[in-house]
Design a protein around this ligand. Structure first.
Ligand code: AMP
Length: 472
């Protein structure tokens, strides 16, 4: 029997169904838009321990930058810029497990690609990595590198201690001679002097080489072990992880115990003792202010022999470390490079700026313009923009307030800046290709052709400043 074929025809969709679909689509849409507009509140401040250094605070920073830029080439350093982020294990291997920097202070994280990286807690490890990576061992020795930038430590923030702070780093690689230790200390002293920071003292110590240090550490452990009860909780743990670090613990009870502990300088092997002796002789020769500090160990694994810090000694009894460094003769080798003795130090730029402010040191004064351009009308604005560029090309510093329309308010700005000459271009001058030159001291003014402006400006600048500006 033939089957009856039922032809299916498109049925009109019921209105109620359309309504249902529309409302559910609306719901989905409103849900997804709702998701988009739920914004987390933004904290109008940087993370704790980090801060903005505003234009108004830059006067000391500018002086520091200027002095650093002037000094590092004089001592034969070349600038190197390295990333603020490196693979974490570079720092762990260089600085060492059991140090505060690695165990407590390093900002380490996994990237989206699952790489273990860290914000640099100091610069030497990155410099050592770059030295090996770029085959700098073939360069003539010593290789002197200067670098500067932010470093990050998850420390407890307080005055002069930030989670992001800035350092200038000087490294000399490829020479073992103590003369370089002395030279780098001399450079630090010179920079301090140029910043106006005179009351400083170098704290110096030698922590020996892995050879003599091994024996010394055993002696130190047995000494601290016998006084274990008197140590703070952290130092009790340090006894196992980093006993040398107990020597520079600031807790009163640990300071007392450390005072009678065996000293590194009494347990140096002959080559290390000679090296330290040579350094002290060089420092005496240079008449640099230093003191031997047997307690100074500088807590990072990579240090060998010379370690030093720069302390400000001005404020009654309050000593602040402005910089520090030391030898790291084994670091390059430990990271896989060829044996390369090296020494370096870092200046804490935030601390330098603080110290300069405290002692009211000379800050950097940015050059002040002596000429102002004022304009009135759209054509005049175009002409003055061009004139500004032409004068600036000639190395002439010009002030302006192009955004303002009224001549009165522009002249007010010119007065406030204490300029001596204002070049005025109005609609008429713009069409005539002339300018008005107003002498801000006498108030007189004259109209001259535009091509004569440069000469008129140069003539004014040749004279001594007529307006004595009040110092801020
Ligand atoms: P360090 O590598 O710890 O010896 O640091 C070198 C210099 O950087 C120190 O002498 C300080 O002047 C400065 N410095 C170290 N840590 C901080 C910090 N958390 N905040 C500001 N400055 C610091």
């Amino acid at each position: 029997m033939a089957r009856k074929v039922v032809k299916k025809t498109a049925q009109p969709v019921k209105k109620s169904v359309i309504k249902k679909v529309k409302t559910s689509l609306k719901k989905v849409a409103s849900k997804s838009t709702k998701k988009k507009i739920v914004l987390e509140p933004i904290m109008m401040q940087p993370p704790r321990g980090m801060r903005d250094i505003l234009p108004g605070e830059q006067e000391y920073w500018n002086r520091i930058r200027m002095v650093l830029d002037k000094e590092y080439p004089k001592y034969g350093f070349g600038r190197i810029d390295i990333p603020a982020v490196e693979y974490s294990n570079l720092f762990v291997r260089s600085i060492g497990e059991g140090t505060d920097v690695i165990d407590k202070e390093m900002y380490s994280f996994l990237t989206k690609g699952k790489d273990k990286v860290a914000l640099r807690p100091e610069m030497t490890a990155g410099i050592a990595r770059a030295y090996i990576q770029h085959g700098m061992n073939v360069l003539s020795k010593p290789v002197k590198l200067f670098s500067t930038g932010p470093v990050y430590r998850y420390d407890r923030p307080q005055e002069g201690r930030y989670r992001e702070h800035f350092q200038a780093n000087f490294d000399i690689l490829g020479e073992e001679d103590a003369v370089l230790d002395a030279q780098i200390i001399q450079l630090a002293h010179r920079i301090m002097g140029n910043l106006g920071i005179k009351d400083i003292q170098f704290q110096i110590n030698s922590i020996g080489c892995p050879c003599c240090r091994k024996e010394y550490i055993e002696m130190l452990i047995s000494y601290f072990d016998s006084k274990k009860k008197k140590l703070c909780k952290t130092c009790k743990a340090r006894l196992k992880t980093n006993p040398l670090r107990i020597l520079d613990c600031k807790e009163d009870k640990c300071v007392q115990v450390s005072a009678t502990a065996p000293q590194t300088v009494d347990h140096l092997c002959d080559p290390c003792r000679d090296h330290f002796k040579d350094l002290l002789e060089y420092l005496d020769e240079l008449e640099l202010p230093y003191a031997i500090n047997p307690q100074l160990v500088r807590g990072l694994d990579y240090y060998t022999r010379t370690v030093f810090e720069i302390w400000s000694v001005g404020e009654e009894g309050k000593k602040r470390s402005l910089g520090g460094g030391g030898r790291y003769d084994k670091l390059i080798e430990n990271l896989g490079g060829e044996p390369t003795p090296a020494i370096g130090f870092a200046l804490g730029l935030d601390r330098l700026a603080m110290e300069m402010k405290r002692i009211k040191a000379k800050s950097y004064e940015s050059p002040k313009p002596r000429i102002f351009i004022a304009q009135l009308g759209s054509l005049a604005k175009k002409k003055s923009l061009r004139l500004f560029a032409n004068l600036e090309k000639e190395g002439i510093l010009i002030a302006e307030s192009f955004g303002r329309g009224s001549l009165k308010s522009q002249l007010r700005s010119a007065n406030r800046l204490g300029v001596e000459m204002t070049i005025i271009i109005g609609q008429k001058e713009a069409l005539d290709e002339t300018v008005i030159i107003k002498n801000m001291v006498t108030g007189t003014q004259e109209t001259i052709p535009q091509e004569k402006v440069l000469n008129a400006v140069k003539k004014t600048l040749k004279t001594k400043p007529m307006i004595i500006r009040k110092k801020k």
